[in-house]
Each structure stands twice: as C-alpha cells, then as structure tokens.
Design a protein around this ligand. Structure first.
Ligand SMILES: Nc1ncnc2c1ncn2[C@@H]1O[C@H](COP(=O)(O)OP(=O)(O)OP(=O)(O)O)[C@@H](O)[C@H]1O
Length: 265
C-alpha cells in the first residue's frame, strides 16, 4: 500500500509544490490524481519511486520508507510510467527495452520470459520485438513504455499521463491494463487530465490544488463538487455535462451509467 504523511516538497528554486499532503492507498485501488497544471501531481507521483525525496513528512510504499531506499531498490516496488516515453526509453530494440526491468530486478529466466511475452501481448507489440523504439510512432513508443513498466510486475504502478499521446486503441490498452492490475491486487495511481478516462477506469479520484488535496472520493462524488471542482481547474467528464444539460438530477459519469439511466426513463 501507499502511505503518505504530511508531505511537503520545496524545489531548490523555492517553489513549494506540495504543502502537507497525506494519503493512504490500499492494494487493488485504482486512484486518479487530477488538478490544474502546476497543482503538484507529478511532484507527488515522483515521490513514490524516490526520484524526489520529501522536504518534510514521509512516503511509504509497500512498507518501505522511500527516504531509506535508493531509486534502484524502489524499482522493485513501484513501476513508473513517464509522461513522455522518450524520457524512459533507451534500449536498441523493443524486446530489450521490455526485458530490461525484469532482468534488472533479478527475476529468474522463465518468469522473465513470461512477463515480457505477456506485456508485449497486452500492448499489441508482438511482432515488433526487433524494431528500434525510435522507428515507432509516439503512440507506439507510449505502448513500449507501458509494456516495460508492466513487465516489471511491481505491487504498485504509477502512470503519469498514460493516455496523452496515445491513440484510441492505446487508451483501451491502458484501461484494460489498469483493470487487470487492480484485479490482481496491484495498486494503480495515475496522474491524468483526461476526465473521461478517469471516470470510466478509476474507483477513487484525488484532486490536488496548490499542493494540497482538496477532494478525495468516488468519481460520482468528486465530479458533483461543481464550483469547488471548477476552482481546482477541473472540468467534469463529457457525459456528466451532457446529463446535466438534459436536466437529469443525478448526472451519469460513465457510459454504462448513462445508458442505464436513459433506459430507465
Ligand atoms: N523542476 C522544477 N523546478 C522548480 N519548480 C518546479 C519543477 N517542477 C515543477 N515545479 C513547480 O512545482 C509546482 C508543481 O508542479 P508539478 O509539475 O508537480 O504540477 P502538475 O500538477 O504535475 O502539473 P502538470 O499538469 O502541468 O504536469 C509548479 O509550480 C511547478 O512550476
């Protein structure tokens, strides 16, 4: 699980990006972190794999205090998908890229082979194993980066803007991966600006504003916060806006909920 207590982070420039954040996330939870640009989402996410260390307060992942472990050690606990795949990819072939994590974590050969094959299948990269990642499109590189994270089979996954730059099928891959991982008791925390993706695929939404948590609840609860949400720079999902425009007293946030309400009218 993830346990963050009174986390404060100040950049060397003097900007206080996180100003007393406390958060618990249980195994199997799917949590989306939202908020306007500069709210502190990426800064918070980067504390989970130890790239950033608290100025004050603490961060525990799966029982480890991140202040007491190196980034390399924390890689066994937290898989981190970078917003920009080009910050993450470095190998000469797709296969090498995806195999690097499990090899580096010292997994035995058969487990490694199984994880790599599965990650390539789940991101529709089978057949592209020998291609150089830079010969691929941005949407495909995004899938390679996701496959590399999935293959590490960590208890916690942090996905920074997983749908930005992904095509429609890529978004479906991410959604399927999130649901499958949570089903296996993995904790998934995603930073996202994509409210439709967020409403459809996450159990819980945490809203950050000015380095603090201003809302934490189910998509239904959070997206009904109206004025508070607007103040945090968040627009509700399209279906919710549509159901409000239709004058429904209980707006729907997902396609299934929308169809159910339409059918029951
Ligand atoms: N490397 C850095 N050095 C100094 N200040 C930074 C740095 N990175 C981010 N900041 C500042 O910290 C605050 C939080 O930024 P952060 O990137 O965590 O926000 P965010 O919610 O992830 O935004 P976005 O949605 O644009 O990615 C902002 O004021 C930002 O300008």
């Amino acid at each position: 699980m993830i346990r963050i207590d009174s986390l404060v982070y100040r950049y060397p420039t003097g900007v206080t990006a996180l100003d007393g954040v406390s958060l618990r996330v249980e195994p199997g939870e799917r949590v989306a972190l939202i908020g306007r640009n500069g709210a502190g989402k990426t800064t918070l996410a980067r504390h989970l794999n130890g790239i950033l260390r608290p100025t004050a307060g603490s961060v525990h992942v799966d029982g480890w205090d991140t202040a007491e472990h190196t980034v390399a050690e924390l890689a066994a606990k937290v898989g981190y998908l970078f917003q920009n795949p080009d910050e993450q990819l470095f190998a000469r072939t797709v296969a090498e890229e995806v195999a690097f994590g499990p090899r580096n974590l010292g997994y035995p050969g058969d487990r490694r082979a199984r994880l790599v094959r599965r990650a390539l299948e789940d991101t529709r990269l089978t057949g592209l194993e020998e291609v150089h990642p830079y010969q691929l499109s941005l949407a495909e590189r995004k899938r390679v980066a996701l496959a590399a994270v999935l293959a590490m089979d960590t208890p916690i996954l942090v996905l920074d803007e997983p749908t930005t730059g992904a095509d429609h099928a890529g978004v479906r891959d991410v959604a399927a991966a999130v649901s499958e991982l949570a089903g296996r008791g993995r904790t998934v925390l995603a930073v996202t600006h994509d409210m439709d993706f967020c409403a459809e695929n996450f159990d819980r939404i945490v809203v950050l504003a000015g380095g603090r948590i201003v809302r934490d609840g189910s998509p239904d609860e959070v997206f009904r916060a109206g004025a508070d949400l607007a103040q945090a720079g968040v627009e509700p999902p399209q279906l919710m806006r549509l159901s409000e425009a239709l004058g429904w007293s209980r707006p729907a946030t997902t396609v299934d909920a929308f169809v159910d309400r339409l059918a029951s009218r």
